[in-house]
Design a protein. Structure first.
Length: 422
């Protein structure tokens, strides 16, 4: 045993740790629908990760045969082996879930919190912003957001877009079949906002601001599949309300359009929840096309890769917020990444309306997990929780998707020649 290892207070002998199994459990419940994964080892410790909300268990299970027998403490080496099997949006979910579980295991093996494996922490508490169920009435939406403030949240987000104009006339121009689409990318729908429609949306935001005031940041999302020119016109009109950011006005792939948008409006522009790996953000950063990058750790590459994204954003003068609409497993992975990233701003929480039950899914952390609008960075090993609450797992489980954490032996022997060069 080396001198370093002799002084490590760990749950295991890290150099002899081996992966022996991967199992999955499907959870459904407002607001998330996701697959948890559990990676087991030869020393009786397990690590947990989560496939991105709405993703497939296949994204994770196809990686099982590729990690069996590996030492989970070799996080970067294993990540480089499996990274080719991820992609943007939900397709990155398996690679990211495995990375979360590896970081959980490595932290438990060495007896340190995951943020230490990412280089240490910049903060002890992680600021959260809360999404809130929409209302077609701006005054009612303002009351809902005001209630969030009274619950201790100091950063808010709501939806503002063409969905609020469904019952209005002469507000939206749309080719037949395009209104309400979510399968055609924004530049190709031909949908435009009229001046009346823009005015109605401004009235809506004004009513919200009348309720919540101007001392609390308020971000906006879900504008609808409208083209760049309508985005610019709407953004200019909403600039008067000093919003925290405009989120995902157009698909992230069109960096040149984001550059035009950012130069045209006076409010920070935000995107990134569907981008896989730091390379996907590179052009947005190079063009200074956004003011806030918004990775979802369950798509962007896990803890270490998302910290790299934050660092690259910082070099470009761009802040990092984090998208997160999943269980406390992905939330805690995000917390450790946020703690280790200097230019981090705020982390999403989508479970405020069921916060007590949501928080009880994991054991060994405060309930509720979010207090005074923040999550405390844990000092316990790995992701910070000691395990899952089996009763709560059963409450969230979907019997049609099989037994939670049942055997997955059929994935043990999946063989392929994965090398990308000859």
């Amino acid at each position: 045993m080396t001198e370093v290892e002799a002084n490590v207070s760990g749950a295991s002998r890290p150099s002899a740790l081996k992966i022996t199994d991967m199992r999955v459990a499907y959870l459904k419940g407002a607001p998330f629908r996701s697959w948890l994964i559990r990676i087991d080892t030869n020393q009786g410790i397990s690590g947990y990760g989560e496939v991105r909300d709405g993703g497939s268990r296949t994204y994770a299970l196809l990686l099982k045969s590729r990690i069996l027998g590996e030492n989970p403490c070799d996080v970067d080496r294993i990540f480089r082996r499996i990274v080719q099997f991820g992609h943007h949006a939900r397709q990155g979910g398996g690679v990211c879930a495995v990375e979360m579980a590896l970081m959980d295991l490595a932290g438990k093996a060495y007896g340190v919190p995951a943020y230490q494996l990412a280089g240490g922490k910049f903060r002890d508490r992680i600021l959260c912003y809360c999404d809130t169920t929409s209302s077609p009435n701006g005054s009612e939406m303002g009351r809902r957001l005001k209630a969030r403030m009274e619950d201790g949240f100091g950063f808010l987000k709501m939806d503002v877009g063409i969905g609020l104009l469904r019952e209005e006339t002469d507000c939206v121009i749309a080719p037949p079949g395009m209104l309400g689409t979510n399968t055609v990318m924004h530049p190709f729908t031909g949908i435009q906002l009229t001046e009346k429609g823009i005015g109605k949306l401004c009235e809506y935001v004004e009513a919200v601001r009348d309720s919540v005031g101007y001392e609390v940041p308020l971000a906006v999302d879900h504008f609808g599949h409208i083209g760049l020119e309508s985005c610019i016109r709407l953004g200019k009109a909403l600039d008067q309300f000093s919003l925290a950011w405009y989120e995902d006005l157009i698909p992230w792939q069109f960096a040149d359009q984001y550059e035009r948008l950012s130069k045209a409006v006076d409010t920070p522009v935000c995107t990134g929840e569907d981008i896989y790996l730091k390379e996907g953000f590179a052009e947005l950063f190079e063009r200074r096309a956004i003011g806030v990058c918004h990775p979802d750790l369950a798509t962007s590459g896990g803890i270490l890769e998302t910290k790299k994204i934050g660092d690259a954003a910082q070099e470009a003068g761009i802040a990092m917020a984090m998208h997160m609409a999943m269980s406390p497993v992905a939330a805690m992975a995000s917390v450790h990444c946020a703690a280790a990233t200097e230019n981090f701003m705020v982390l999403e929480n989508h479970s405020v309306d069921d916060l007590e039950r949501w928080s009880r899914l994991v054991e060994g952390l405060p309930v509720p997990l979010v207090e005074d609008g923040h999550i405390q960075v844990p000092e316990t090993p790995g992701l910070g929780f000691s395990g899952l609450n089996e009763e709560v797992v059963a409450e969230f489980a979907d019997p049609e998707q099989g037994e939670p954490f049942g055997p997955t032996d059929e994935w043990d022997g999946d063989l392929a020649h994965d090398r990308l060069w000859s």
